[in-house]
Ligand binder design. Sequence first.
Ligand SMILES: Nc1ncnc2c1ncn2[C@@H]1O[C@H](COP(=O)(O)OP(=O)(O)OP(=O)(O)O)[C@@H](O)[C@H]1O
Ligand SMILES: Cc1ncsc1CCO
Ligand SMILES: [Mg+2]
Length: 267
Amino acid sequence: MQDQTLPGILLSELRAQPPLVHCITNFVAMNIAANVLLAAGASPAMVHAEEEAGEFAAIAGALTINIGTLSSSWLRGMEAAALAASQSGKPWVLDPVAHYATLFRRAAVDRLLELGPTVIRGNASEIIALAGGESRGQGVDSRDEVEQAEESARLLARTHGATVAVTGVVDFVTDGERTARIEGGSPLMPQVTALGCSLTCLVGAFTAIRPAAPFEATVAALATFAVAGEMAASRADGPGSFSPAFLDALAALDAPLLDRHARVRSA
Ligand SMILES: Nc1ncnc2c1ncn2[C@@H]1O[C@H](COP(=O)(O)OP(=O)(O)OP(=O)(O)O)[C@@H](O)[C@H]1O
Ligand SMILES: Cc1ncsc1CCO
Ligand SMILES: [Mg+2]
């Protein structure tokens, strides 16, 4: 029998004690992200109103913030939630969707970064731009390779004391010192909208399980996604059938399957 790996152990713990994950995500992602969390075994709550987001963040196991469909009122809710999470020692994850596209988004992300995210998860174009580099991103879609974003990720991790995850063909995670690469997934994944946003919420779920080890939690979430993506692709005919196959694969995934199929290279 193969030894248990950390991703497998964390997935088992998540299933045994489902964390409440407070997600402030975008209109596109809300439904699929909630279903992804349920399939993985976590309890999602999509709560964005400025009147209650701060209060809710204090009772959740982790918070995730995604600026995909931003407004001024949502931004106030995000800031209140991030502040409450930080003050109550809860991990929180930032997904800076297309922050390079407009002044409003850039200013929003600058303010959120000041509140100290535990993890930053984005595609290569988002991570390059966040570190001040020239990104080729178009709207919410990446046009850069993960390899080109690795130095940006390291710089961001050190500057903000955060774990940074860059996703794409092979994912890259760093806390500024350690790095990991996660292989797997499928080329169908970027053809289904909001899977990256859903992954951000799953990273939140895993950080709720190991708040003191965000690097390991992030790697575990990405490995879970990569293995489920690979299993789903073997059954799907295209992006339409991939979506339900992905939820089924995620729900069917258990620790032994994850241990056997996860391809994580650490350095
Ligand atoms: N070409 C690919 N091959 C394998 N897996 C991929 C590929 N592209 C993306 N993925 C996987 O898809 C998931 C989402 O990552 P992606 O980088 O597409 O996020 P994103 O651009 O933020 O998505 P969105 O904005 O649509 O939510 C990750 O698990 C990533 O590993
Ligand atoms: C398509 C889209 N537009 C704003 S957010 C979003 C989901 C993918 O990031
Ligand atoms: Mg995205």
